[in-house]
Design a protein around this ligand. Structure first.
Ligand SMILES: *Cc1c(COP(=O)(O)O)cnc(C)c1O
Length: 451
């Protein structure tokens, strides 16, 4: 047993502060008010989030202290494992050293509780009793449902229609935690009703579901909105992932040359890579960071960097981000967590500055990589995470071609136990690689707001 595969930390090693990349990333554009176009203030956000989260959204402080009650809940599954993928290395016969940081050990099986727990905590402290949110594949909805159960908050989840139909077990999980899950577009909001009037069979989108949740939160003083990705404070909360990874690499006596994450709204990628980028920006070691996005919803590799709304109806602040247009409706791919028209402003700015390299990956290649990974390492990756697995395999094979033993780290953002029917489609050969709808993107980009 001289082949170490794990580099375990103890509960005391859970970070005491989140790391804010905005402190080290010059020229990050501020969010703007959706009606007036001026820079947003904390007060503008108070109708939908508690003051502390509004402050975190706009702060340039490098560190934000993690409240003890949040750390205590993190300790139920954190620090999450950093694993050396010896099985995959052997299967690929590569000189690369491959590691993955596994977030599937959380109760809901992904990284999402890292921010759900924090958001529920601050809302509870502020006297809020209800939270409304959107969910794509259901990982965010079930994570907020978990957080609601732990802090005694009522949670309503607007779930993208196509995923609601594809993933019945995620709804049941939300119900188990006591949350209410509604297919979106729904008839509960103005936004949902107007979309259903135009298209009764709308598959929905994260943008539409966000509008529904924000609409409900804006109208009811006891309800706030909780966001699963994209926003600065969400990426901030996810930085426990990368900070732990840095400490674990010290135990492994190694350091990544390449850091890879899948990117839907950018939160697991940001959470893993920002602490490494922070080291680099402050004069430490450099890393190559790669963001893997779906070829059929390619905001970074095909979209435009511009101010756009985070949601379809235009209720959210304007965010400067890579976007396919807030009216773009992505095809119903299985990695539902990656079906979003935009990308986090922090990730977008890092891409614009050449700190993060985006790549697009086709759905079938991702499932092939997921199966290969499962057979070598034993863990079945979530379809979203398969984008990172495929990209890591490519890097390891390039390492082999070039005869260079690089260290590759990727984020295994979640397990795929609720996604086995998608694996089933892959096995039966019925899984389609959806084309990217270029025309749909140009039509949606024509509707970008004037800023
Ligand atoms: C939600 C989700 C994603 C995509 O969201 P990001 O904010 O880009 O991280 C990726 N992987 C898993 C397992 C998810 O649940």
């Amino acid at each position: 047993m001289n082949e170490r595969v794990q580099f375990p930390l103890s509960a005391q090693d859970i970070p005491r502060a989140w790391y804010n990349l905005a402190a080290d990333l010059p020229d990050l554009a501020a969010p703007r008010h959706p009606a007036t176009g001026r820079a947003i203030t904390v007060d503008d956000l108070l109708p939908i989030v508690p003051a502390e989260l509004a402050r975190q959204e706009l702060t340039l402080d490098r560190e934000v202290e993690i409240p003890e009650p949040v750390r205590r809940i993190y300790a139920r599954w954190r620090p999450s494992p950093l694993v050396r993928a010896r099985g995959l290395e052997r299967a690929l016969d590569t000189p690369a050293r491959i590691y993955y940081k596994y977030e599937g050990v959380s109760p809901t099986g992904s990284h999402k509780p890292n921010t759900a727990i924090a958001q529920a905590y601050y809302n509870k402290q502020a006297g809020i009793t209800k939270l409304a949110t959107e969910t794509g594949a259901g990982q965010w909805g079930s994570s907020l449902a978990l957080a609601g159960a732990l802090f005694g908050l009522d949670v309503s989840v607007y779930m993208v229609r196509v995923s609601f139909d594809q993933k019945p077990y995620r709804q049941l999980l939300m119900q188990t935690y006591g949350a209410r899950c509604v297919p979106s577009p729904s008839s509960e909001t103005e936004t949902g009703r107007s979309i259903l009037a135009r298209d009764p069979d709308s598959p929905g989108s994260l943008g539409i579901a966000s509008s529904e949740a924000v609409e409900i939160a804006a109208q009811d003083p006891s309800t706030n909105y909780a966001c699963g990705s994209v926003l600065n404070h969400v990426l901030l909360h996810q930085t426990v992932i990368g900070q732990e990874a840095i400490a674990q690499f010290a135990l492994a006596d190694d350091y990544p040359d390449v850091v890879i994450g899948c990117a839907g709204g950018g939160s697991n990628l940001g959470g893993l890579s920002f602490p490494f980028l922070g080291e680099q920006l402050r004069g430490g070691r450099s890393v190559r960071v790669i963001a893997a996005e779906p070829a059929s919803c390619p905001s970074m590799t095909r979209g435009t960097l511009a101010y756009d709304f985070g949601d379809t109806a235009g209720f959210t602040p304007l965010l400067r981000m890579h976007t396919l247009g807030h009216g773009f409706i992505p095809p119903p791919l299985h990695a539902g967590g990656l079906r979003y028209h935009g990308m986090a402003p922090l990730v977008s700015e890092a891409v614009a500055q050449g700190l993060i390299e985006p790549v697009a990956v086709a759905q079938s290649a991702c499932f092939a990589a997921g199966v290969r990974f499962a057979r070598a390492e034993g863990i079945v990756p979530a379809p979203e995470s398969c984008h990172a697995v495929e990209t890591a395999i490519r890097e390891a094979l390039r390492s082999k071609e070039e005869g260079v033993g690089r260290t590759v780290l990727f984020g295994l953002s979640g397990h795929g136990h609720f996604d086995l029917s998608a694996y089933g489609e892959y096995f039966s050969g019925t899984l389609q690689d959806e084309e990217f709808d270029v025309g749909g993107m140009y039509a949606a980009l024509a509707g970008l707001p004037d800023v």
